[in-house]
Write a protein that binds this ligand. Structure first.
Ligand code: ZN
Length: 283
């Protein structure tokens, strides 16, 4: 099943994609929220969508992030060797974790707003995990029982705020519009092998990131189990699993960053693609 939300910002309704068409399921589901991801609701929807005559949604409708605002976005840093190398960082011995504010979430094709004083706004294509059943101290063996699905995410990052302004990375990760999520959440049955998915990103048509989830240092079950040793993962929480090489910070001979007018496109096998137009901050 592929879950979407559609409509104007703040008024999005739940929908699904079947084949190449989008359908409204707002009469069956209130929202893709903690309650939905925690229990039977997701399984019920799966069976119900085939027995109802669902209203079709126009392809022109805006897509929102395909879930209600989660309790947290947990990010894994430096989870691809080639990305650790391009940033001159050592390969982590255990996962590096940081948070991203949930207020950064926007729809997959919404504009990226360069923050007010930013000079180093950067891109990061990532595979994100959406948590299903609540996860606390889960084993690696049972970890996938706690995954509701997978989704495309661009972990936008302001490198000066992140690396030159002291303290935690969270400052460079949480600006408004820094978390375009979607187009859709794919339930695990839609994905043949989550550890063999190509992920790519282009700026103005030029391919800059071209990786594969087979190169993750810490894989999906490990990451879910690991994070659950430190905090409870609630249904609908998002874990974003790290980015491969090719970010602005890693460009040779000189790093370069986004400017107003740029267009960022990204995608992952089986999880669709998204496009963000880059805009300057306006008060
Ligand atoms: Zn990242």
């Amino acid at each position: 099943m592929k879950l979407i939300k559609f409509g104007q910002p703040g008024q999005e309704k739940p929908g699904v994609i079947i084949g190449d068409k989008r359908y409204d399921v707002s009469h069956l589901v209130r929202d893709y929220d903690e309650n939905f991801f925690s229990g039977e609701a997701i399984e019920n929807l799966k069976s119900e969508i085939h027995t109802h005559n669902l209203p079709e949604i126009s392809a022109e409708e805006r897509l929102g992030a395909p879930l209600a605002r989660p309790s947290k976005i947990i990010c894994v840093g430096l989870n691809y060797k080639d990305h650790a190398a391009e940033t001159n960082a050592p390969i982590p011995q255990e996962p590096i974790l940081f948070f991203k504010a949930t207020s950064a979430i926007v729809g997959p094709n919404d504009d990226l707003i360069i923050p007010k004083t930013s000079t180093k706004t950067d891109w990061e294509v990532e595979l994100a995990i959406v948590i299903g059943k609540k996860a606390s101290y889960v084993s690696e063996e049972n970890a996938l029982d706690h995954v509701a699905g997978y989704v495309l995410h661009n972990d936008y990052s302001e490198r000066e705020f992140q690396l030159e302004r002291n303290g935690q990375w969270v400052k460079g990760k949480s600006c408004d519009t820094f978390a375009p999520i979607g187009p859709f959440i794919a339930t695990p049955d839609e994905i043949e092998d989550v550890h063999n998915l190509r992920l790519w990103l282009k700026v103005n048509g030029q391919i800059l990131q071209d990786g594969n989830t087979s190169n993750l240092i810490f894989n999906i079950p490990f990451v879910v189990s690991y994070i659950s040793q430190f905090m409870t993962l609630l249904p609908g929480d998002v874990i974003t699993t790290g980015t491969p090489a090719g970010v602005g910070l890693g460009q040779k001979p000189e790093p370069w960053y986004l400017k107003a007018g740029d267009v960022v496109e990204l995608g992952i096998d089986g999880l669709g693609s998204s496009t963000q137009k880059v805009k300057a901050y306006e008060a």
